[in-house]
Design a protein around this ligand. Structure first.
Ligand SMILES: [Mg+2]
Length: 146
């Protein structure tokens, strides 16, 4: 999914900029708005045909939302893959290794395991910034003939 969006962005000549970030942010709001409409239609559907139409609208809105969210993350130079892996890892740790299912408290809320730590997004952003600075430095050195 991420690569598809990157190929498209490259073909569009999309380079990170504040203008492009703003554009993708607008697109995210638009697509999530379309999802709201699709969900309203789904909740109001009374016939199978209405439900099929609403689900098709929801699928379209979800895919478009994912697309522009990836675009927003890439435009902001966020380490999306690393962020996703961190979220997936911390969520999957909520699966009890013995039961093979999540454990819930008396209110039905999924319980976090002992010593559970949330994803460290600040660390990921700092690492991405360091990586970018190192890349910029090596590009500058290559351009300088060193
Ligand atoms: Mg759409």
């Amino acid at each position: 999914m991420i690569l598809d969006v990157q190929i498209f962005m490259k073909a569009c000549g999309h380079e990170p900029s504040h203008k492009l970030i703003s554009l993708y942010h607008d697109l995210v709001r638009e697509e999530v708005g379309e999802l709201e409409e699709a969900m309203a239609a789904f909740n109001a559907s009374e016939t199978e045909a209405e439900e099929v139409a609403a689900k098709a609208e929801a699928l379209d809105a979800i895919c478009d939302s994912i697309w522009v969210l990836i675009g927003l993350a890439k435009t902001m130079d966020l380490p999306l893959e690393a962020g996703w892996d961190a979220v997936a890892s911390t969520n999957l740790k909520k699966i009890d290794p013995v039961l093979g299912t999540v454990r819930r408290d008396e209110n039905g809320k999924i319980m976090k395991p002992d010593r559970w730590v949330p994803p460290d997004m600040v660390r990921l952003i700092k690492e991405r910034n360091e990586q970018r600075k190192a890349n910029e430095l090596s590009s500058a050195q290559e351009a300088g003939g060193n």
